[in-house]
Write a protein that binds this ligand. Structure first.
Ligand SMILES: NC(=O)NCCC[C@H](N)C(=O)O
Length: 405
């Protein structure tokens, strides 16, 4: 599989997803903010909603759905990779030196659970009785959990030029990108197909970028949100690597207000067809600035890129990139409260499974009506529990291949 993505709306062929599991049950009223949840979800109902979503994708598109858990298990079949992954996960609590003794006691499947759902001191003590830790620490995490892992969009991003591995801003999500990167760099189905765009070789503490900020406008142009989660510096490095690779010719940096409800570019803007986008108008108006990176010179050794701060509004920029652009406003036209409410629950974050064919949260009824009025085929899914993590259908998917458009 060629690990490049050429559009946001070509009919879906393969997608990576994660069914929420035990990691969700780690959330409490005390840690939910640190772990970026609005509330404490009811896991079994959340799983039912997620299964509904997955089945809709399967039935409507026939796409292959890859499970993160299965890929992880397959990747960890290699002992050296398993060791590295556990060592890295344990480094968050400065306990890497226990890797060997822990691996001696946990099966591969228990390691996969520990990597996703985390593991606490008292749970580990059941396996390793001589663990030299005081009882006071029993409820502390030896490996922190990844409850946001069902938002598969964010730990990485595919572009027409190759793959970006995120460097995640928030403490509660930092481990996710390491898990994804280990899979794509080592799994036999992917490792030879990978052209890594970011992080750049030799950068140990890379600037932050998250997959939800990366939107493929066309084979030649991508947009990246400079947002609460993504830094200017990371966008510069991604632009440089993409422009050097040569497929992408224009990288737009869209400066969003740094706010939780605009956390990624895809919380306010998604592309549904060749000339159709869905936006949250207030966010577009709030865009502080748009810059454009282009290639200045690439003599094989040295790559120089140029950054131009554009005078036009984002809308004008988009109109130039997307001929005959039509815009649908989240919440429909008119009532601002509808737009506010539906943006909060990811009304703009629909998942395009084909041209003018989207999956959307049922709760966003005004947006869904506006989409249908423009001839978009809308398939609704329930979201009472899924939305407690503040992400939508696009956030929950990482398309790995789509039909050509
Ligand atoms: N692309 C997205 O907007 N993803 C949603 C991520 C929600 C998650 N709870 C977070 O705060 O990172």
């Amino acid at each position: 599989m060629d690990l490049r993505l050429h559009s946001e709306f070509g009919t879906l062929k393969t997608v990576l997803m994660h069914r929420p599991g035990k990691e969700i049950d780690r959330l409490t009223p005390y840690n939910k903010e640190l772990l970026l949840f609005e509330d404490v979800p009811y896991l079994e109902a959340m799983q039912q909603e997620h299964d509904y979503f997955t089945n809709v994708i399967k039935q409507v598109t026939g796409a292959k759905i890859l499970s993160l858990h299965e890929l992880l298990m397959e990747t960890m079949a290699d002992d050296a990779i398993l060791f590295k992954m556990m060592e890295e996960a344990l480094s968050y609590s400065r306990l890497s030196h226990f890797t060997e003794s822990i691996l001696g006691r946990l099966s591969t499947s228990e390691c996969a659970t520990a990597l996703i759902a985390g593991i606490k001191v008292h749970e580990l003590k059941k396996k390793i009785s001589k663990l030299p830790m005081v009882d006071l620490m029993d409820f502390a995490f030896v490996i922190p959990p990844c409850p946001n892992l069902y938002f598969q969009r964010d730990p990485a991003a595919l572009t027409p030029g190759g793959m970006i591995f995120s460097s995640m801003r928030m403490e509660g999500r930092q481990r996710e990108a390491n898990v994804i990167r280990s899979i794509f760099e080592n799994h036999p189905d992917f490792k030879d197909q990978l052209n890594r765009i970011y992080p750049v070789d030799g950068h140990n503490n890379p600037a932050c970028i998250e997959g939800g900020d990366v939107i493929v406008i066309s084979d030649k142009a991508i947009a990246i949100g400079n947002s609460e989660r993504t830094d200017e510096k990371a966008i510069y490095h991604v632009a440089k690597a993409l422009l050097a690779e040569g497929t992408v010719e224009r990288v737009y940096e869209v400066h969003l207000p740094k706010k939780r409800n605009f956390m990624h570019l895809d919380t306010v803007f998604t592309i549904l067809d060749e000339n159709l986008v869905l936006t949250y108008p207030d966010a577009l108006e709030a865009v502080l600035q748009t810059s454009l990176y282009t290639l200045k010179e690439n003599d094989g050794d040295q790559v120089h890129i140029k950054r131009t701060v554009l005078k036009e509004s984002l809308l004008t920029v988009l109109e130039k990139e997307i001929p005959y652009l039509e815009i649908i406003h989240l919440g429909g036209n008119g009532n601002k409260d509808y737009a506010l409410r539906e943006q909060w629950y990811d009304g703009a974050n629909v998942f395009a499974i084909g041209p003018r064919k989207v999956i959307s949260y049922r709760r966003n009824k005004h947006t869904n009506r506006a989409l249908r009025d423009m001839g978009v085929d809308v398939i609704e899914i329930p979201s009472s529990e899924l939305s407690r993590g503040l992400g939508g259908p696009r956030c929950m998917t990482m398309p790995l291949s789509r039909a050509k458009v």
